[in-house]
Ligand binder design. Structure first.
Ligand code: 13P
Length: 287
């Protein structure tokens, strides 16, 4: 059964560890992440971007696949199915489809509109026991080959959004999606500390988990980060393992092409990446 992410993140914040949000793109990724969580007795959050949702044939398909897998693989650790960077409409669709958690990314709206839309979604989510994440201070990343610096959130704005009743908050602290540029200045712990002081026990979220040095991850956890999102690192390990397999020419041997064998090395690579992150985040044994 799916659970909301609220309890697991409250526990993580109190216990000074973080739960990983690993984004899913297909059946193999989903199965690899769920099995790794179960094998390591760790809670886990499966992230679904709107693009990945579309790719997997829509949110109801994703819910069917994930809930079916939890049942047939006997997954007993807490699993949240979470919309990543959702639009207002995307959140409504996921609430309807049976997701247990959503993120409303209203960072591009004027603050009044962001507040109005967040308030409406908080109400809808909480009526159904669904958790909701909001974002303050946009998270940088690559767009058309240009890597934008991560913006630092205004702690007062964080407090205002936190007071709307969201269950966890992503505050920009110089983090970006994808690989970090050579001249990256690192995370702003000053901002994180100020945000935590304003928001108290609210679990904080760190996006762009790929490529952040281990010491920075640990310091972020010590300052209230309880959820860390990872996507690019799984993409890279999956692609590299698949490339090696194809280059070895094994699919061209014998009777022909076997898609299950082709995807097996990538599946194992995702399992290894997810386990490594769970160790770093301290969530192993915390289910
Ligand atoms: P990375 O792709 O940098 O790991 O970031 C993932 C993320 O923050 C998804 O919301």
């Amino acid at each position: 059964m799916l659970v909301s992410a609220t309890e697991m993140l409250k526990k993580a914040k109190a216990g000074k560890y973080a739960v990983g949000q690993f984004n899913i793109n297909n059946l193999e990724w989903t199965k690899a992440i769920l099995l790794t969580a179960q094998e390591n007795n760790s809670p886990v959050i499966l992230g679904v971007s709107e693009g990945a949702g579309k790719y997997m044939a829509g949110y109801p398909t994703v819910v069917g696949m994930v809930t079916g897998m939890i049942k047939s693989l006997n997954i007993t650790v807490p699993v949240a199915l979470h919309l990543d960077h959702g639009s207002f409409d995307g959140c409504l669709k996921c609430i309807e489809a049976g997701f247990s958690s959503v993120m409303f990314d209203g960072s591009h709206y004027a603050i009044e509109e962001n507040v109005a839309k967040t308030t409406e979604l908080v109400k809808l989510c909480h009526e159904k026991g669904i958790s909701i994440e909001a974002e303050v201070g946009s998270i940088g990343g690559e767009e058309d080959g240009v890597v934008g610096a991560g913006e630092c959130a205004d702690p007062n704005e964080c407090k205002m959004i936190a007071d709307l009743g969201v269950d966890f908050l992503a505050a920009g602290i110089g983090n970006i999606h994808g690989k970090y540029p050579e001249n990256w200045k690192g995370l702003s712990f000053e901002t994180l500390d100020a945000v935590q002081q304003k928001t108290g026990d609210l679990p904080l979220v760190l996006h762009g988990g790929t490529g952040i040095p281990a010491e920075m991850i640990q310091k972020a956890i010590s300052l209230g980060v309880a959820k860390i999102n990872v996507n690019t690192e799984c993409q890279l390990s999956f692609a590299e393992a698949t490339r090696k397999y194809i280059e070895a020419g094994k699919d061209l041997e014998g009777k022909g092409f076997d898609p299950r064998k082709l995807l097996a090395p990538g599946f194992e690579a995702i399992k290894a990446t997810v386990k490594e992150k769970m160790e770093l985040f301290g969530s192993i044994g915390k289910a």
